[in-house]
Design a binder for this molecule. Sequence first.
Ligand SMILES: Cc1cc2nc3c(=O)[nH]c(=O)nc-3n(C[C@H](O)[C@H](O)[C@H](O)COP(=O)(O)OP(=O)(O)OC[C@H]3O[C@@H](n4cnc5c(N)ncnc54)[C@H](O)[C@@H]3O)c2cc1C
Length: 285
Amino acid sequence: MKIEDMELEPRYTASLMANEPLTAPGAADEVRELVLMVDEGGFRFDIGQSIAVLVAGPHDFGQQHHVRLYSISSTPSAQHQKAEITICVRRCNYVDPFSGERYEGVASNYLCDLPVGSRLTIAGPIGMPFKLPENPESNLLMMGLGTGIAPFRALIRHIYTERGGWRGKIRLFYGARSGLEMAYMNDRRNEFARYLDEKTFAAVEVLSPRPARNEPAAFERAIRLHKAEVWSLILDPNTYVYLAGLESLRNMLETALAELAGSTDEWARIKASIVADDRWAELLY
Ligand SMILES: Cc1cc2nc3c(=O)[nH]c(=O)nc-3n(C[C@H](O)[C@H](O)[C@H](O)COP(=O)(O)OP(=O)(O)OC[C@H]3O[C@@H](n4cnc5c(N)ncnc54)[C@H](O)[C@@H]3O)c2cc1C
């Protein structure tokens, strides 16, 4: 659905409680974590949903607000009378291919530079939640790229620190250009380290083979390296698959999984049955 067609009412005012870097010093791509407190009561969200941030104009194309979506990386447990929402924002800059001029993405730079204590306008929540299966024996296969880590941070935190007793396998494949860009998984902040004691949890770092040349994180290679486990999870009717982050993840995974299946047609057949069982969820952008 296009942003212009989205329901952006009611709108809420939120106060910025924290704005910290999530990536390591020296990362080519900066990702920041922002914690917001919704000023009004009544804002309720679920894991896997996003908020719309409305940046007031004037803007180049005359629109009143520049609206962009950010997925929530906190769990709904912080929703007391007022909801607390955490988001991860990658600072986006664009180079015009003709003029070579560099432009700053409007909403991401606005958020990354917003001082703590500021007020901002949001709407939502937007999108379908990531459904967590009832059965704690279920396996979860999560694959995320860049800021796609946001909903997985919420899901994994919910499972281990709020729910407990999970017995199925939880596998996180997380990709970024280099180790410095792995939000929540670097020397500055290693959020997932605390779950490594859990027998059911394992995380796989997926990096770019040539970060300096801007090559993407090598998902195909990571899946090939872990093919026995990935394939047995994919074929297990007790496995739920979650994808999040940049749209380019889809093609990388389609190629890798078709290779494991033996053909594109065979993979299409297997994937269709996972989708039909409601065990496939995507938050790609
Ligand atoms: C469901 C969903 C969830 C999302 N979750 C997250 C998240 O958790 N974290 C996150 O960081 N992002 C997320 N995004 C992306 C986010 O919504 C924004 O798209 C992103 O931050 C860029 O917005 P911006 O306003 O900074 O850039 P904009 O100013 O909107 O620019 C974005 C687009 O305009 C083009 N552009 C802009 N200026 C120029 C120019 N001068 N020359 C050429 N092209 C130009 C770019 O190619 C780009 O496609 C999500 C998107 C969706 C749809």
